[in-house]
Design a protein around this ligand. Structure first.
Ligand code: C5P
Length: 222
């Protein structure tokens, strides 16, 4: 239906779960499949947006017409995102970015000892919060995957990170969240509006999200 509503617009989508190296063969990661973000990239591209997908490791094929930039760590994702950010109209941050990374990566494979192993973790930069401070013309959209107090936590993130829309994602429900083909989300807006979508497959969620983006862009004056 909305085959060309985003013609002439540039979009940046992040997807997948970052991997933070511990040693040459191990990393700290998470269960993100990348599926939600890849679907968002596809939905934006379908509507005519010129779409760049900054992706942490994922098994998924690149949606046709989308340009993928592959990254591994949060720091690499940050660098790629900051490079493209000034030039885009739409940013959807659906990646599951590691909040912490090992302070140091061991140069050699860590050896097994009979005792506890302590790894110091340091905080990663919050890319979305940084974009929220920098944004000029961009419509900025964040995700919040929560296991408790979904709407309250999502509301707090929306305001703190200065996004134009936040997708609250209940990752405890069956058929929702990490690795699932379907998702159960609500859209939250800074003006207090909220849209609760029923469970549906991730491409359908992405198309609803895309339609909200079209509305948000229609309302912004350049
Ligand atoms: O605070 P939390 O990690 O739940 O926020 C989730 C949102 O923030 C997602 O849109 C995610 O992509 C983004 N994020 C980020 N950089 C981080 C952590 C999260 O961009 N270091």
């Amino acid at each position: 239906a909305s085959s060309n509503l985003l013609c002439g617009k540039k979009a940046l989508v992040t997807a997948g779960g970052t991997q933070e190296p511990l040693d040459p063969v191990r990393y700290l990661g998470n269960r993100s499949s990348g599926r939600m973000g890849y679907a968002v990239a596809q939905a934006l591209q379908e509507a005519g947006a010129d779409t760049i997908l900054v992706s942490a490791p994922s098994e998924l094929p690149v949606p046709s017409g989308v340009q993928r930039i592959s990254v591994m760590t949060a720091e690499e994702m940050r660098r790629a995102v900051l490079e493209y950010f000034p030039d885009v109209d739409i940013v959807v941050k659906s990646a599951a970015v590691a909040d912490y990374r090992p302070k140091e990566m061991a140069a050699q494979k860590i050896k097994k000892k009979g005792t506890s192993l302590f790894v110091e973790l340091v905080p990663n930069p919050d890319i979305l919060a940084e974009l929220g401070k920098m944004k000029t013309k961009q419509v900025l959209i964040g995700f919040a995957a929560e296991t408790e107090n979904l709407l309250a936590n999502a509301q707090e993130k929306m305001l703190r990170k200065n996004v134009d829309m936040l997708v609250a994602n209940d990752v405890t429900q069956a058929g929702s969240g990490f690795g699932s083909l379907t998702n159960c989300v609500s859209f939250l807006f800074p003006d207090g509006r909220r849209i609760d979508l029923p469970q549906m497959n991730k491409l359908e969620v992405a198309r609803h999200l895309r339609d909200e983006i079209v509305e948000l862009l229609g309302g912004t004056k350049e």
